[in-house]
Design a protein around this ligand. Structure first.
Ligand code: HMG
Length: 440
């Protein structure tokens, strides 16, 4: 069977940044370490006045197409994953295709276009749809363009405000891919939940603390489901474990949960038994609360062990590098985490072909998905080609008052009583020039 997977990736960050410990924390009267150590974030990316989900997605896609030497005819499918769509009918992929058609000779007239929605997990679902389309042999030799793009804003003063971000990831899904091959096995944990939702509103209604519990519950279910099809997860089989990263502190909790789950009934649990005992088993307890308390105590011990720390430092911490700098990008967040892992492998000059990643996606509402990916021969040049360091370096550093303006200008229904000037100068790129017109 020909391998199908991600052939190439491009990342586009919003061009502005908000310094969380330096600008946000003092304004809120908080200790900066709440952000850097607690949530694990240093900066957030924001879109400039002339950027939005369309321009960020189109700019990422254009760089990807140019770098890979692609013409519109090479693409049979464009799917956009977003939870920031401004149009309830016309998919964002049509707006992005419209932008791209202005700069290429051909058009995407025979490409199937759509929009995927399931909060943050939609990015992975769109990759999955593309994979299935190719596997079913319906692609006629063409590749799929998947673009995950979001402006992840919360209402001013919401506790989620610290975790905002804006950016896009474009991915080329193709046969015989350069970067990673996707496995066929998947695990799901999915339930109707109302901890984070946007019913006809731009900013989420969110119960932050509950959303963290829901994330962990769905992730545990997805791990169980994955193991039921792929067999017991062996820790040593995976070089990195990129998780959906609303903020790195969330991943710290998810990784601990995953580790406890995976080591159960293995030699890893045996090795730790002398130090912290064995994991509590539910059938040893009459009452659920007592069992849950025992699990919490076990986890508190587990996270201090050298065995766990070593695994976390090797397999999880390197996936958080970009997230710390950009915040939550919703649909593209787990794809940014994958890139952080691959960049770590490149920096360490790892012999990486054939190594496996365990990818854990999540979307509020709520669904978790787990799958494995195998690194391919061409990974090094693909990762080396990314320009994300330059983009992050070039971001404009917002003052608090400027941040307030930026938040206002990106609030769809806000009646602005003042003109807000752009903070950076557009280069050769797609810019937002008003509804119905997207020009380079
Ligand atoms: P909060 O109440 O402002 O923060 O909101 P906190 O008081 O819980 O503090 C955060 C952490 O910092 C805690 O760590 C504190 O102890 C620590 P923890 O105990 O949890 O490990 N802390 C400090 N550490 C060091 N020095 C200090 C200090 N002070 C405090 N001085 C909350 C936090 C996450 C609730 C908020 O940001 C929020 O509502 N965020 C939005 C929702 C969210 O991101 N949920 C995550 C799971 S759901 C998800 O991932 C889906 C999502 O991406 C959407 C989608 O799918 O579309 C959000």
């Amino acid at each position: 069977m020909t391998a199908v997977g991600i052939d190439a990736i491009e990342i586009r960050s919003g061009k502005l940044k908000l310094d969380l410990p330096g600008t946000f924390a003092p304004q809120k009267g908080d200790d900066p370490e709440k952000y850097t150590k607690g949530l694990g974030l240093t900066n957030s990316s924001f879109p400039d006045v002339y950027e939005d989900i369309v321009t960020m997605g189109a700019n990422a896609a254009k760089r990807l197409m140019d770098r890979k030497g692609l013409e519109p005819d090479d693409i049979g499918r464009i799917d956009v994953a977003t939870e920031s769509a401004f149009d309830h009918s016309k998919p964002v992929s049509t707006y992005i295709a419209g932008c791209l058609e202005k700069v290429y000779d051909g058009d995407f007239v025979h490409a199937n276009k759509g929009e995927r929605k399931f909060a943050c997990v939609a990015g992975t679902q769109a990759v999955d749809d593309a994979y299935n389309w190719i596997r079913a042999g319906r692609n006629r030799g063409r590749a799929a363009l998947v673009i995950a793009t979001d402006t992840a804003l919360y209402a001013r003063g919401d506790p989620g405000e610290a975790t905002q971000g804006a950016g896009a990831v474009a991915m080329l899904i193709a046969e015989d891919p350069n970067l990673v091959e996707l496995s066929n096995d998947q695990g799901y944990g999915s339930k109707d939940e109302t901890d984070f939702l946007k019913p006809n509103q731009q900013f989420p209604s969110v119960d932050g603390k509950r959303s963290m519990k829901v994330y962990l519950s769905r992730m545990r279910e997805a791990l169980e489901d994955y193991e039921s099809v792929a067999g017991k997860i062996e820790l040593d089989d995976f070089a990195y474990a990129p998780f959906h990263t609303p903020f790195p502190g969330m991943v710290r909790k998810a990784a601990l949960l995953a580790y406890r789950h995976v080591i159960r009934d293995t030699e890893y649990e045996d090795d730790l038994a002398g130090e912290i005992g064995r994991q509590p088993r539910e059938d040893e307890y009459d009452d659920r609360e007592a069992y849950e308390e025992a699990i919490r105590e076990y986890m508190d011990e587990l996270k201090t062990t050298e065995q766990y720390r070593t695994w976390y430092d090797d397999a999880v911490e390197p996936t958080l590098g970009l997230s710390r700098e950009v915040g939550n990008w919703y649909t593209s967040s787990v794809h940014v985490a994958r890139v952080s892992a691959l960049r770590d492998a490149l920096e360490r000059d790892r012999d990486f072909v054939g190594e496996t990643l365990l990818v854990a996606s999540y979307g509020s509402g709520a669904q978790a998905e787990i799958h494995a990916e195998t690194v391919r021969e061409g990974w090094r040049s693909e990762v080396d080609a990314l320009d994300i360091d330059d983009q992050l370096e070039d971001r404009y550093d917002l003052s608090w008052e400027e941040y307030e303006d930026v938040h206002d200008i990106h609030e769809y229904d806000k009646d602005l009583d003042r003109e807000i000037e752009e903070f950076t100068a557009p280069e050769a790129e797609f810019v937002f020039t008003g509804w119905g017109r997207m020009n380079e």
